[in-house]
Ligand binder design. Structure first.
Ligand code: F6R
Length: 622
């Protein structure tokens, strides 16, 4: 996600710490968060100076070399991971308000930006970008008169009008002695210096300058001057932050204190799912997928959906199939993108192609989407990377908003892809009248409870890690699942193969007796993804029978089962518990122990889980 830095120092410190140099150093430290454009604004001689550029920091540096900035003691800097609007120069931050006297940067997603923009347009404001940030900048500018010109109060008033997740930082040419910031559901930390203070989306933004920091709570506004830090709540009451000392080195700081990006991303999953769900409903609780760009009439005509993806994304596609067919009664095929276009598939203009890709650059998926378009199909991309090729070339897009995924093997994007697929399924069901509004709202309400449930699994992961340590020398591990547990079993096996280089296979549990059961011998570890006992017909009891079948042949069984599922206890050597949810939503929970297991086992073997051998994050060859 976006990286944010803010700096203010006493003017006499400028020779030692020029604001631009401090901001650029902070942005370099935040590069690991992933970004597609960058920008800075400083205050000098009573005016805002701002430079921004799409692409990497080097582009911004070139821009500044061509249009040098005067030295300054206050400023803000930003690396943008595009959400609203593609990664262009215009959409890069900062955005200006109050007739160019105010510069604002932002991390997060402002849910009610469309209605605020409409209001501001009616009041005569114009916009240079497609971003929600520019809406916040203009809104903040309009609040200044009401706040008696006080930037902190204006920020407080504006923040109370914003919905969603945001960290905002602002500087104003009439207030050269302060940087003001506000935070709701997005990260922000203050760095404390001597005669200077800092802001950062995390401590990496200022770790080269100070290790003394203050953590803010939700819904707070902070004003930093060179000598002081003042915090108030969105209701105006003064507040205290929690002071702490950063004892990580710079490399650990990038990873949020985790040893690896993979562990960090596994732990970011509650937020990734939450952000995917954010801002997708209107005030009446109806789903609105603004970015879809395919008209409701066209979506109503869809007679068949084909999901195209590779690897982990294809397993998310299988979950999508189960959900969309069940909720919408539209036939859904899932196909590996590289197989699809070489077999003369049957497509017409009532076929909806749904591609799923974290990177948006996977060549196999891209070629399959292009082929389907040539055949007249409508194309919709579920993607994490704003502005990447697949969404650009598709008729419609549903972005994940899961934030950049740095570890090569996918974790948080997988859960976000599943959450986005559910949103698509529910949207189609709403559009085609396949479900009552109340039913859709119930499912959405359960979806919104998922992030806290993922957190529960993460908080209880010691048992999984212990087992991983014990199993580090196993030569082969099998995974079984049925219904939506089947793609989860496949994903569990893939994670183990790619991270720990162990032979692993995932099977549909019903397929066992048709061959794979021959693999079972004494001591063979078998993970079983157990469906909910409250789920469909006899699915649960069928899986319990499958567990017994493999145990009877000597297997060592490890179940992933709901917290109240007592039936599996007596048939399993170990049980990883997950909280209860609707049967179709279970993959968002049952996947997590398998990711933790694979990551822990690979780390135990001393492997680099962020960069497994032979693999690339973005597979741009066919
Ligand atoms: C596995 C993994 C890969 C990707 C696949 C598609 O952990 O990451 O299997 O899922 O290469 O990549 P995207 O989603 O970028 O199209």
């Amino acid at each position: 996600m976006c990286g944010i830095v803010g700096y203010i120092g006493l003017p006499e410190k400028t020779a030692e710490h020029d604001a631009l140099a401090v901001l650029m150093e902070g942005l370099r430290r935040l590069e690991y968060r992933g970004y597609d454009s960058a920008g800075v604004a400083t205050l000098s001689e009573g005016a805002v100076q701002s430079r921004k550029k799409s692409g990497k920091l080097v582009n911004l540096e070139e821009e500044i070399a061509q249009q040098p900035m005067r030295s300054a003691s206050i400023g803000i800097g930003h690396t943008r991971w595009a959400t609203h609007g593609g990664p262009t120069d215009q959409n890069a931050h900062p955005h200006l308000g109050d007739e160019g006297r105010l510069a604002v940067i932002h991390n997060g997603i402002i849910e009610n930006f469309a209605e605020l923009k409409e209001r501001l347009l009616r009041d005569g404001h114009s916009f240079d970008s497609e971003t929600d940030t520019e809406v916040a900048a203009k809104l903040l500018g309009t609040m200044l008169p009401e706040a008696g010109g006080d930037l902190t109060e204006a920020m407080r008033l504006a923040s109370n009008e914003l919905e969603g997740a945001f960290t905002l930082l602002a500087v104003h040419s009439d207030h050269p002695d302060q940087v003001v910031a506000s935070r709701r559901n997005s990260p922000l930390v203050v760095g404390l210096g001597e005669g200077e203070n800092f802001l950062g989306s995390d401590v990496s933004g200022f770790i080269d300058f100070t290790r003394e920091a203050v953590e803010l709570e939700q819904d707070q506004v902070v004003t930093i001057t060179a000598a002081d830090v003042r915090i108030i709540g969105f209701d105006g009451t003064p507040a205290q932050g929690r002071r702490f000392r950063v004892d990580w080195d710079a490399a650990a700081a990038e990873k949020g204190g985790f040893d690896t990006f993979m562990e960090k991303e596994i732990h970011e999953q509650p937020k990734a799912v939450e952000d995917t769900l954010l801002g997708r409903t209107d005030a009446q609780g109806r789903l609105v997928l603004d970015e879809l760009r395919i008209s409701p009439a066209e979506l109503n005509e869809v007679s068949k959906i084909i999901v195209l993806a590779c690897g982990t994304a294809a397993y998310a596609g299988t979950v999508a199939k189960y959900a969309i067919e069940h909720w919408c009664r539209i036939p859904v095929e899932v196909e590996l993108a590289h197989e699809f276009r070489y077999r003369d598939p049957i497509i017409d203009d009532t076929t909806l192609i749904v591609s799923i890709s974290q990177s948006g650059e996977t060549m196999d998926t891209l070629m399959a989407v292009r082929y389907a378009k040539e055949q007249g199909a409508r194309t919709l991309s579920i993607c994490n990377t704003n502005g990447s090729t697949i969404p650009r070339e598709s008729d419609a897009v549903l972005y994940l908003h899961a934030g950049p995924e740095i570890a090569v093997a996918s974790t948080k994007a997988f859960l976000a892809m599943i959450a986005a697929s559910y949103l698509l399924g529910l949207y189609l069901a709403q559009l085609r009248g396949m479900k009552f509004q109340g039913e859709i709202e119930d499912i959405l309400a359960d979806l919104h409870k998922i992030p806290a449930k993922i957190q529960e699994i993460l908080d209880a992961s010691d048992q999984i890690k212990d087992l991983a340590r014990q199993m580090k020398d196993e030569p082969s591990v099998l995974f079984l699942g049925r219904h939506v547990g089947y793609p989860v079993a496949m994903e569990g096996a893939l994670k183990l193969k790619e991270l720990a280089y162990i032979h692993a296979e995932g099977f549909a549990a019903g397929e066992l007796k048709h061959g794979p059961i021959a693999l079972i011998e004494e001591g063979q570890p078998v993970f079983v993804v157990v469906p909910s006992p409250r789920g469909r017909d006899s699915l649960h009891s069928k899986v319990v029978s499958n567990i017994q079948e493999v145990r009877a042949r000597g297997a060592r069984t490890i179940s992933v089962a709901e917290s109240d599922d007592e039936a599996v206890s007596s048939y399993s050597e170990s049980v990883f518990r997950v909280p209860e949810t609707q049967p179709l939503l279970m993959p968002l929970l049952t996947t997590v122990p398998l990711q933790i297991f694979a990551c822990a086992l690979a780390s135990e073997k001393g492997y680099d889980v962020d960069q497994p051998r032979n693999l690339a994050k973005s597979v741009t060859v066919e």
